[in-house]
Ligand binder design. Structure first.
Ligand code: GLN
Length: 485
């Protein structure tokens, strides 16, 4: 056993009891990062991490992040450190400031070990579209399976016990879906609960800071550090920050949990269905009351197209500054249009260009009513139904994915219910901006599967509490690809 295989809470105890030092942890994390062959890293921060670790002498008993190795998705600005968004256009970009969450982690004396790979500019869900190529699932040595995205490198890093925590961002499901494929706890809070200052914007009405850990309690501990009002982000909430881990072990007896019938019906893999139903029984065993509720198929099938129109429209507008003038390499050209066209054509992969075309099309004056505004209305109807369910339930519980980690290049029928509903259901959490957590509920042929719990706005404590009860009952705690292999 290595101390690096522990959760944040356990590692903290080992640090406080001086069984291990930050420098020892850092050296081992760097060694593991260097020998990792999953393409999880844009930049390994060897010198920076060792410099921080060497300064850390006296453990801080009440500061759980003191001396803990961490990963940072490469769409969070890091001062003086390359931040690429895994995009060719930003391959040389070095920010002059830190994202607020990075600043908070550094102030707590966490030790960034690496900037992690992502799907280019956080668009995509496969972990295959970054400028450095595919990121693989550490559970599969043959490198045939996806780890999922867009926060692929952070997921691979935590799943391979290179760090017990890594930052991700979640616009559709980019933390909570890879968490399912990689046996992790993946969390995003209420919209506005964590400052997004310094996170590259993708679709700000949907963007959230999220993170990966290997236990539910670690996730609650991390939120307690990262939540809070930030004057640099006007959308950050003024609500007081709570100690999110304090009631985590409370009984969940009598808590009402809604399970959406149509989501279960849309699953076409019997093993997944069985595993999910078993986890529902586990919640019942812990005293929760399960209700099967209905959600109109029309609305469920509208999630994906609605998400594509809104997210692509926002992305097109937000990324207009990546033009080879303000950001990105400067090309030769006779007109500024020529300069920009060259920079953007060479700087973005096909997926990004396709999304900007969809976004521009939806925003054209003649299409706005039919596409952009219609999508906003569909979003409202979907969110109304979610809130209606949550008006008499504490939690909505769904499978975090309709399959375990898919094969790279496996084609999915994008018009099937399995895809339209079960594969996109986590987007509900972004449409409504609600706290949402994925945690492992089964291992199927040695590959993990997650369940996802979503609660009311700013009720993250309750979400953690129910997640902890489920984690206890399923016994899938601190999973790591190193142990399963
Ligand atoms: N898979 C979604 C997409 O393709 C989610 C991306 C995200 O959450 N950043 O956009």
């Amino acid at each position: 056993m290595s101390y690096l295989d522990l959760t944040i809470k356990e590692m903290h105890e080992a640090l406080v009891n001086k069984k291990v030092t930050p420098l020892e942890l850092t050296k081992e994390a760097i060694a593991r990062a260097k020998s990792d062959n999953n393409n999880a890293f844009e930049t390994i921060l060897e010198d920076e991490a060792l410099a921080i670790a060497k300064e850390l002498k006296e453990p801080e008993v009440d500061n759980l992040f003191w001396g803990i190795p961490i990963g940072i998705k490469d769409n969070f600005s890091t001062k003086g450190i390359l931040t690429t968004g895994s995009s060719e256009i930003l391959k040389d970009y070095v920010p002059v400031f830190n994202a607020t969450v990075v600043e908070k982690l550094l102030k707590a004396h966490a030790i960034p070990i690496a900037k992690t790979t992502l799907d280019e500019l956080a668009m995509g869900g496969t972990g295959t579209t970054g400028h450095k190529g595919m990121t693989f699932n550490p559970y599969d040595e043959k490198h045939e399976l996806l780890v999922g995205g867009s926060s692929c490198g952070s997921a691979a890093m935590v799943a391979n016990s290179i760090a017990p925590f890594a930052l991700g961002s979640d616009t559709g499901d980019s933390v909570r879906k890879p968490a399912s494929y990689a046996g992790l706890v993946g969390f995003k809070p209420t919209w506005g609960r964590i400052s997004r200052f310094g996170l590259f914007p993708f679709a700000p009405s949907l963007d959230h800071v999220g993170f990966f850990t290997r236990s539910v309690e670690d996730s609650a501990i991390a939120l307690s550090l990262l939540a809070g009002r930030d004057l640099n982000d006007a959308t950050s909430s003024i609500k007081p920050v709570e100690d999110y881990a304090s009631n985590i072990n409370d009984s969940i007896k009598g808590k009402r949990i809604a399970v959406i019938k149509e989501v279960i019906d849309s699953l076409n893999d019997e093993q997944i269905k069985k595993a999910f139903l078993a986890s529902i029984e586990a919640l019942e065993k812990q005293g929760a009351i399960i209700d099967y509720v209905s959600f109109s198929l029309k609305l469920l099938e509208a999630i994906y197209p609605t998400y594509m129109v809104i997210s692509c429209a926002e992305a097109t507008s937000n990324n207009a500054n990546l033009d080879g003038v303000k950001f990105g390499p400067r090309y030769e050209g006779n007109t500024y249009q020529e300069v920009m066209i060259k920079a953007r054509t060479n700087g973005f992969s096909e997926l990004i260009r396709r999304r900007f075309i969809i976004g521009s099309f939806a925003l054209m004056r003649e299409n706005q009513n039919d596409l952009f505004l219609r999508a906003q209305k569909a979003r409202r109807l979907i969110v109304n139904r979610v809130n209606e369910i949550l008006s008499n339930h504490d939690i909505i519980y769904v499978p975090a994915a309709p399959t375990t980690a898919p094969k790279i290049n496996a084609s999915s029928d994008r018009l099937s219910d399995n895809y339209l509903i079960a594969d996109n259901i986590l987007v509900l959490g972004n449409f409504a901006g609600l706290p949402s957590i994925t945690l492992p509920i089964a291992l199927i042929n040695n590959m993990p599967l997650g369940g996802n719990l979503m609660g009311r706005a700013f009720e993250e404590k309750l979400v953690f509490n129910v997640a902890k009860a489920l984690e206890n009952e399923m016994g899938l705690y601190n999973l790591s690809a190193r142990k399963v292999k």
